[in-house]
Design a binder for this molecule. Structure first.
Ligand code: FES
Ligand code: MG
Length: 592
């Protein structure tokens, strides 16, 4: 590290460890950090103190590998002349946390903000992986704005079962159908599902984890190529080392999140998300990061910037392959390289390595053209989200890249009106009611029904449940009807291939139009016009609203924990990133 860089940065850790103006506090800060063997030389000779924000633990199997990787990161930090302070982040395990892991995204965010602000850290390595760990960490880095770099943990190896790839999450949806149809017994069901998790790492499909890690890279927050390396590969340990080295340089260069996470970088993220077939959770998390760094970004931008981008990455659930092929084919740099050829990347956006995304990714052509396609061989045109609105909600998104031929053939068939369908609404208030009622044949759900899930948004079901992609009743599955249209104010798993209309905002619990819907109403969805409406008169709608207000609004279950209640009182809607509203005004807090 050259002295010129050192001249630029003033280390904030000096306020703790080397402040002759306040010997009392300095001694107090210093003495306890000496007690496990650090020396005064390390703490007082002007070395950057680098945090490793550790998201791995026994409770977080998707990220647990970071405990091992941190050793390599540590070696990199030391090699570059830094001092390491590793600390735990509140665990967020997508598959283990009840009632839903997304409840904890904002809690982990808050905790990490306090740690980054309140302790003597000059820079931080954010260890990411499982779905919400990535946005939680980057949101906190955005708020505090100290030099920060993302280290993904990497996906698991590919799952295999009887010679076929089994992808995380995606196989669960399939296995559930087979179980419901009686084609698998309980033991076979578990065995099939477990085959998709053969090693350490996060989900190997293009679910929310691979999406968010790919997008962190596209945003410029990780080293090029970082997102896709499978967790057990040697390159994973190697990039952990490089990441550790790089964060020390970033501190000297004073390269901060606000230098990297610009409007241009967010537009790159939206484009890349379409090309990778990214999760419908991406707009929620990315919009949250944008709000915390203070960049203008809204849900409509996802359609405007991203809809016309083709699907290039052939990964489940939209495609065929899994994480190992994605990495071998070139990962994010290969995707960006192809997008650059077509003028879709804002090439000047800066990244953590100090170079632009254009310089990082130019001529990084895919090495397997079936896994990462060219525009000429794209899996689908217009693969981005569309944003719908109407009297049901102000906004909801739909991932058109997962609309199956079966779905198209059943619902989008009218030649005069090829993008619209009408159906009879069947409304569920929360996932528990859905599970209780769905298979009851006497309710009359058939192939002309449209399933609605409400009470599943950030307030109604604290954190917003991944429950909008509802499976059809078993009796319909047996007749080969596997996907009914689903609409709701919750989210859906990024590993699901369901063409749901989701993230409806405002949610029923916040007075959205979904609260006025009744089972039996006719609804009309026009994908071409981007509209979704209950087919009733404005007068009838107004009457229903008056009745709802008189009854005290939409009813949802009581909170089970203190945090549920606290978050419900201050959380914004999914379209706005589901952020804690009072948190947004705190920006660049390390400078205060
Ligand atoms: Fe953790 Fe998918 S459940 S990454
Ligand atoms: Mg998920």
């Amino acid at each position: 590290m050259g002295n010129s860089g050192q001249a630029k940065a003033k280390l904030r850790s000096r306020q703790w460890f080397d402040n002759p103006d306040n010997p009392g506090m300095t001694a107090l800060y210093l003495e306890r950090y000496l007690n496990y063997g650090l020396t005064r030389e390390e703490l007082q000779s002007g070395k950057p103190i680098i945090g490793i924000a550790q998201t791995g633990s026994d409770l977080s199997p998707c990220n647990r590998h970071h405990i091992e990787l941190a050793k390599r990161t540590r070696a990199g930090i030391l090699a570059a002349g830094g001092v390491v302070m590793e600390f735990p982040v509140h665990p967020i395990q997508e598959t283990g946390k009840r009632p839903t892991a997304s409840l904890d995204r904002n809690l982990a965010y808050l905790g990490l903000v306090e740690v980054l602000y309140g302790y003597p850290l000059d820079g931080v390595v954010l260890t990411t992986g499982c779905d919400k760990t990535t946005p939680a960490c980057i949101m906190a880095a955005a708020t505090v704005n100290i030099p920060s770099i993302v280290l993904s943990g990497g996906p698991m190896l590919n799952g295999w079962h009887h010679g076929e790839r089994t992808g995380s999450g995606t196989v669960v949806w399939k296995a559930r159908e087979l179980l419901a149809e009686g084609k698998l017994d309980y033991e076979q069901f578990i065995e099939l599902v477990a085959s998709s998790a053969p090693s350490v790492g996060h989900c190997n499909t293009m679910g929310t984890a691979s999406t968010m890690n790919s997008l962190a890279e596209a945003l410029g927050m990780s080293l090029p190529g970082c997102a896709a390396i499978p967790a057990p590969y040697r390159e994973r340990g190697q990039i952990a080392y490089e990441t550790g080295k790089r964060i020390v340089e970033m501190v000297w260069e004073d390269l901060k999140p606000s230098d990297i996470m610009t409007r241009e970088a967010f537009e790159n993220v939206i484009v890349v998300n379409s090309a990778i077939g990214g999760s419908t959770n991406a707009p929620v998390h990315i919009n949250a990061i944008a709000r915390h760094i203070g960049v203008e970004l809204n849900v409509k931008d996802w359609e405007t910037v991203g809809h016309e981008v083709p699907l290039l990455v052939n990964l489940q659930p939209a495609g065929q392959y899994l994480g190992e092929e994605y990495h071998r084919a070139g990962g994010v740099p290969a995707v960006v390289s192809e997008l650059m050829k077509h003028g879709l990347i804002r090439e000047k956006a800066l990244t953590v390595n100090g170079r632009t995304i254009g310089d990082n990714c130019r001529d990084r052509a895919a090495t397997d053209g079936d896994v990462i396609r060219s525009f000429e061989t794209a899996l689908m045109q217009d693969a981005g989200f569309i944003v719908l609105s109407g009297n049901l909600f102000d906004s909801a998104i739909m991932k058109t890249s997962v609309i199956s031929d079966e779905f198209r053939d059943r619902y989008l068939t009218n030649p005069e009106d090829p993008n619209a369908f009408e159906g009879k609404a069947f409304v569920f208030d929360g996932p528990e009611q859905y599970h209780k009622l769905i298979d009851d044949e006497s309710l009359g759900i058939d192939e002309h029904s449209v399933l609605f899930m409400r009470g599943a948004g950030p307030i109604g079901y604290p954190g917003a449940a991944e429950v909008v992609n509802m499976q059809a009743p078993a009796y319909l599955l047996k007749r080969g009807i596997t996907s009914l249209p689903c609409i709701g104010d919750g989210r859906q798993s990024g590993t699901s291939g369901s063409p749901s209309i989701l993230n409806a905002s405002p949610e029923a619990a916040a007075g959205g139009g979904l609260a006025l819907l009744k089972t039996g109403d006719r609804v009309r969805i026009d994908l071409g016009k981007r509209s979704a409406n209950i087919l009733i008169s404005d007068a009838e709608l107004a009457e229903r609203r008056a009745a709802l207000e008189k009854a005290g609004g939409y009813k949802y279950p009581a909170s089970q924990t203190p945090w549920q209640e606290i978050q419900r009182g201050m959380v914004d809607q999914l379209s706005e990133g589901m952020v804690l509203k009072p948190a947004v005004k705190y920006q660049r807090v390390a400078e205060t």
